[in-house]
Design a protein around this ligand. Structure first.
Ligand code: AHR
Length: 544
């Protein structure tokens, strides 16, 4: 168990504890609530960081994104077409590209989601595009004007790698194999010549290949056994021919994994991992996907704006279940793959709320508040704490859909609070996890108890130490004292993200309600101290 999880685990042990423990805890809670009157002194939290005990690398791919053909995620969000009045480069919005470049997006998963299992790549190449339907998401017209080349161009413009989801549900291994040949071969095959005729002579690099999506549900409602049959065939025949990806930089294959914690999902993980353990040369996998949305209950009914402290606390309680979910599936994976060769890939996660009133329900349009920023930080911390197994994650979704980084409305664009968390966390990409020990204390609202603070630390490739601390408590500041064994600290400074209300949002008319502000900490005698605003996320660099 990681040290920064000790307090959290203790808290949940209490929640599930005996009636005596629970009533003692309830009395304590009342005391805490009584002490938490406005204007009360900041709660003190002591943290200690021992940078001489580094953990796993926090793979930059845990900051991955997901862009599905869904609502205005691709069309309008990324693609406006070359003849649009909205400034664009070959049809791709310039404003969005600039914003995404600042996030150093490592990879983008595309074209779905459920859409991927109905996607036929040939309809999205060449001068004449087939006009089809998108039955999953509103039954709207799919113009296929954003296809393979446009996606790869988009990646090139933002500097990200490709995570392609191939169609297992309604496609064939041959269709997927030919897509990969079209994309990656350097040999003068007919497909390579087609690729060149369509504007790209050199083979493309495909870093990740998703073999199906939610094959237990929208991807074909398969049993683990029937999916395994598909997985073996796709893994065998869907080859990457790029000469630069044969030895190093091999394409990583990601199998469909679980979608929750119930026995149905643990059985799925068991079945796939058991098969992996005895796999032969003819098939392989490098990742197991996991999907987990913060929704509390289906269908999504929580409002994304205009909510109060109770909904804030309920959503954050629900999102913290990610930790146990990862621990549960990691434990199964450890049984069959103790060397952790297979990554757990959380390639769909985020808050999923009720559609904004007046929006098309199938377009999954929601606002993005300070609560989402805190939700994002808590999940990124969880992924970092499991960095030895979780080596990739893709928030759903990048633009205009679910917990988005960016919202657009015709020529207008606004960056969400979640966007700013991703920006503040850039230094954690490929940094080395450093354990932080602390007692997080408790934030209580009604019968909900949450850790008051959460934190991760990491050393970047230049050796600089970074600390990210979230104050979950929406009412009280927190005074943090960080002891840094073996580090001669000169100063510490960074940025903090907060706002006046838990449901504060950025809008096209008021885009700066939730934006990071500079913050500096006091550094003295091997310690740094800083005061965190209520409901805030702070990232600081420690200068030595
Ligand atoms: O992200 C929206 C949808 O959620 C995806 O298409 C699907 O995989 C999941 O159920």
């Amino acid at each position: 168990m990681r040290q920064s999880q000790v307090g959290r685990t203790f808290l949940f042990a209490l929640q599930a504890g005996s009636p005596l423990v629970r009533s003692l805890f309830a009395s304590l809670t009342l005391l805490v609530v009584a002490m938490a009157a406005p204007g009360a002194a900041a709660q003190k939290v002591q943290m200690s960081i021992d940078a001489s005990k580094p953990g796993a690398k926090i793979d930059r791919n845990i900051f991955g994104q997901f862009a599905e053909h869904l609502g205005h995620g691709v069309y309008e969000g990324i693609w406006v077409g070359p003849t649009s009045k909205i400034p664009n480069t070959r049809g791709i919005r310039n404003d969005v590209v600039v914003a995404l470049k600042a996030l150093k997006v490592p990879d983008v998963r595309w074209p779905g989601g459920c859409f991927a299992d109905e996607y036929h790549w040939r309809k999205g190449i060449g001068p004449q595009r087939a006009v089809t339907l998108n039955p999953n998401w509103g039954g709207v017209i799919e113009p296929n004007t954003f296809g393979t080349h446009e996606f790869m161009d988009f990646l090139d413009q933002i500097g990200a790698e490709a995570y392609l989801s191939v169609n297992v549900g309604s496609g064939t291994p041959q269709e997927a194999a030919e897509w990969l040949e079209y994309l990656t071969t350097a040999q003068p095959t007919t497909l390579a010549k087609d690729r060149a005729a369509n504007g790209h002579h050199a083979p493309y690099k495909i870093a990740f290949l998703g073999i199906g999506n939610e094959s237990w549900d929208c991807g074909g409602n398969m049993t683990p056994d029937s999916y395994l049959n598909q997985l073996k065939i796709y893994s065998r025949f869907v080859r990457n021919f790029n000469p630069n990806q044969q030895d190093k930089q091999q394409m990583l294959k990601i199998a469909v994994g679980p979608g929750g914690s119930e026995s149905r999902w643990t059985e799925w993980t068991e079945a796939i991992m058991k098969a992996y353990q005895s796999h032969t040369w003819s098939w392989d996998m490098n990742g197991l996907s996991m999907h987990s949305y913060t929704v509390v209950k289906w269908p999504p009914s929580y409002a994304s704006v205009g909510f109060g402290e109770m909904e804030y606390a309920q959503i954050l309680k629900s999102t913290l279940e990610m930790n146990d979910l990862i621990a549960k599936h990691s434990a199964i994976m450890d049984k069959y793959d103790p060397q952790k060769k297979v990554a757990l890939v959380v390639d769909e996660w985020g808050g999923w709320y009720a559609p904004l009133p007046g929006s098309t329900p199938g377009f999954l349009v929601q606002q993005n508040s300070l609560r989402d920023a805190i939700l994002a930080a808590l999940n990124l911390n969880i992924f970092a704490q499991h960095a030895d197994r979780v080596r990739m994650a893709n928030i759903a979704q990048m633009i205009n859909v679910l917990q988005a980084m960016i919202l657009t409305d015709r020529e207008k664009m606004v960056l969400t609070p979640t966007y700013y968390v991703y920006k503040m966390y850039v230094p954690f990409q490929d940094a080395t996890f450093v354990p932080v020990s602390f007692d997080p204390g408790t934030y209580t609202h009604g019968d909900i108890m949450l850790p008051r603070v959460d934190a991760i630390a990491a050393k970047d490739r230049a050796g600089k130490l970074w600390l990210a601390i979230t104050n979950v408590d929406p009412n009280q500041p927190a005074e943090i004292e960080v002891g840094l064994a073996s580090i001669n600290t000169k100063s510490a400074a960074g940025e903090t993200l907060t706002a006046s209300k838990v449901d504060s949002v950025n809008t096209f008319d008021a885009p700066s309600m939730v934006v990071p502000k500079p913050v500096s900490a006091k550094a003295q005698d091997g310690k740094i101290t800083l005061k965190l605003a209520p409901k805030s996320i702070t990232v600081i660099a420690v200068e030595q």
